[in-house]
Design a protein around this ligand. Structure first.
Ligand code: HEM
Length: 162
């Protein structure tokens, strides 16, 4: 082996270890980017988006939900191999888009994103519990909370497999 490929391989190996620690997103298989991947139509006014304290509020709600899910022994295994950096970004985009905040959703569609995870209804309910706690912490009114939950409820069918 010549020196150059060895150096390149070493660099790749180092990056593979260091990048996740730095919070860099991992690459995913290519897919068509479209707001339609968000799985529901967005609200046509921004009143609920504002009730979430805008994008910074949504970012906090998503971060709190992910942290609680990762720490919940009922569902923590599911998140073990996940790219949490990417999940934080795409889930925030999705909520912002659905709530009429004018964000573009750049993530995968719900069926593809949860394919072969074997999610159960009980997993879904646990995640929603954490989302509700996170929205409470953010001071989001119940009326506004229910508007988001109404957008997400039909996605139980596309994310849960058994
Ligand atoms: C309304 C229901 C749900 C919505 C809206 C949702 C939303 C999302 C989004 C936007 C992504 C990222 C897509 C991408 O990477 O392109 C994702 C991935 C993921 N979701 Fe969900 N999800 C839902 C249900 C669930 C449930 C019930 C669980 C488990 C308790 C779960 C666990 C995960 C995990 C672990 C990933 C990351 C996969 C990876 O890194 O490869 N999701 N979800």
């Amino acid at each position: 082996m010549t020196r150059t490929p060895l150096a390149a391989l070493t660099l790749i190996a180092v990056l593979a270890v260091v990048a996740p620690a730095l919070g860099a997103e991992q690459p995913v298989d290519p897919y068509p980017i479209s707001d339609a991947n968000a799985g529901a139509e967005p609200r046509t006014d921004d009143s609920v988006f504002r009730a979430f304290n805008g994008k910074p509020g949504i970012d906090r709600v998503v971060a709190t939900t992910i942290a609680a899910s990762v720490a919940d022994p009922r569902i923590s295994d599911i998140f073990e191999a996940a790219d949490l950096e990417r999940l934080q970004r795409t889930l925030s985009e999705q909520f912002c888009y659905l709530l009429g905040g004018g964000c573009a959703y750049t993530g995968r569609d719900m069926k593809t994103a949860h394919k072969d995870m074997g999610l159960r209804n009980s997993d879904f309910n646990a995640l929603v519990e954490h989302l509700q706690d996170a929205m409470d912490k953010e001071g989001v009114s119940f009326r506004a909370q229910n508007k988001l939950l109404a957008k997400l409820a039909p996605m139980q069918r596309t994310t849960v497999e058994r």
